[in-house]
Design a protein around this ligand. Structure first.
Ligand code: ATP
Ligand code: MN
Length: 362
């Protein structure tokens, strides 16, 4: 089955909204003063903090929270474009929310009053409710450079789960409810591009974040397809004979700003998906497969209970301290990923704020 470029674009446009909720209804947890500042203060929502004008929000107030990477239409927040013309993304005038620092305080995202939902606000009065669509808020995605686009074979196969990691800032409450003795694997988060190699009933292939790519001559020079051939993935996966997908980060020259500033392109596995059972394999099974295929695994920084990994108090500051570490070559790592050893589908990422402040995500 093959689709034209137009068909693939139409399929993507029809896809359910991505799992990341950019704009949600939330209750303010806490207001914190900022030393030496009269006009601004901090709003705390879960693991997030946002600098706001003083007196507009208070603990217990329902509001709308927009996460970093939201594309915010000018209509709902014209003040974001103060002093310059609004930017444009996918035909919508607005601004992208980035991590910033104001009066030495980190500020991530945007808090808006519930009135931004208009006179239908009471239809959206549940904590965590996704209001991205009615506000026209979408996730900002960097445009892909030519060496990463390629010719698509089809949309991302439905027998494989797409790679994604929830942020710890949105996991704090779930974590409180989990057992203290649950053990986790801690891996280094590499800043490149998500890549999936798979074998399924005799067929093999390579996918970027959202698409499967053709592996023929039409994609020579495409970084994903070149790596697929270079690693001999098709033969290796066929020899293994299991219906699995190998998921990892492709990083290095020409990819996503090359945060590590290396020469060359590298592939490091972080997950193996079992297509027959539609779930991720446990870490030990994953290591065995990575070894059998002669591939490299993303750096493993440790494993054990949250307490033994230094985050037993479940404080956001503790998680951020673990993520604030050097990477393979850069002094500043993008962050870390926690994966439960007994429940490999329970995972979350902690992004290093120093990486965000340096614009590592741009
Ligand atoms: P983008 O990178 O396009 O901004 P995003 O914000 O949705 O996407 P990321 O912040 O990249 O998502 O976090 C999830 C991604 O992290 C995964 O899709 C995977 O490609 C990447 N990743 C890098 N290292 C690891 C790792 N050790 N474990 C799990 N995922 C990892
Ligand atoms: Mn990424």
């Amino acid at each position: 089955m093959e689709f034209s470029k137009e068909e693939i674009e139409a399929i993507i446009a029809d896809m359910p909204t991505p799992s990341r909720k950019m704009a949600t209804v939330r209750w303010v947890d806490e207001i914190r003063p900022i030393e030496g500042a009269d006009a601004i203060e901090l709003v705390i929502l879960g693991g997030w903090q946002v600098v706001v004008k003083k007196g507009e929000f208070f603990a217990g107030l329902p509001c709308v929270y927009l996460e970093i990477d939201s594309w915010v239409p000018t209509e709902i927040a014209p003040f974001l474009s103060k002093g310059h013309e609004p930017r444009e993304y996918e035909g919508v005038k607005g601004e992208r929310l980035k991590t910033i620092r104001l009066r030495k305080q980190l500020s991530q995202g945007l808090v808006l009053p519930l009135s931004v939902l208009g006179d239908k606000w009471d239809e959206f009065f549940t904590e965590g409710q996704d209001v991205s669509e009615i506000l026209g808020v979408v996730k900002y995605e960097k445009p892909l450079p030519a060496n990463m686009r390629g010719n698509a074979r089809r949309y991302f196969p439905n027998f494989i789960q797409k790679t994604d990691q929830e942020r710890v800032q949105n996991r704090l409450r779930t974590l409180e409810a989990r057992e203290d003795d649950e053990e986790y694997e801690l891996t280094l988060k590499l800043d490149g591009s998500s890549t999936t190699f798979y074998h399924y009933n005799g067929d093999t292939g390579v996918c970027s974040r959202n698409l499967e790519l053709k592996t023929d001559e039409s994609n020579v020079g495409n970084v994903f397809v070149d790596k697929f051939h270079e690693l001999g993935i098709s033969d290796k996966l066929k020899a293994l004979g299991r219906n699995i997908a190998i998921q990892g980060e492709l990083w290095g020259t020409g990819i996503n700003g090359n945060w590590e500033k290396v020469d060359g392109i590298y592939f490091h596995v972080f997950d193996v998906f079992d297509c027959d059972r539609y779930c991720y394999l446990r870490a030990d099974e994953r290591y065995a497969i990575v070894n059998a295929l002669g591939l490299a695994h993303a750096p493993i920084l440790g494993s054990g209970t949250l307490a033994s990994l230094g985050v037993g108090d479940l404080r956001i500051e503790s998680f951020l301290a673990v993520a604030d570490r050097p990477s393979i070559f850069n002094k500043i790592a993008e962050g870390v990923v926690f994966k439960s050893l007994k429940d490999p589908n329970f995972t979350f990422k902690v992004i290093n704020n120093r990486f965000l402040e340096k614009g590592g995500d741009e």
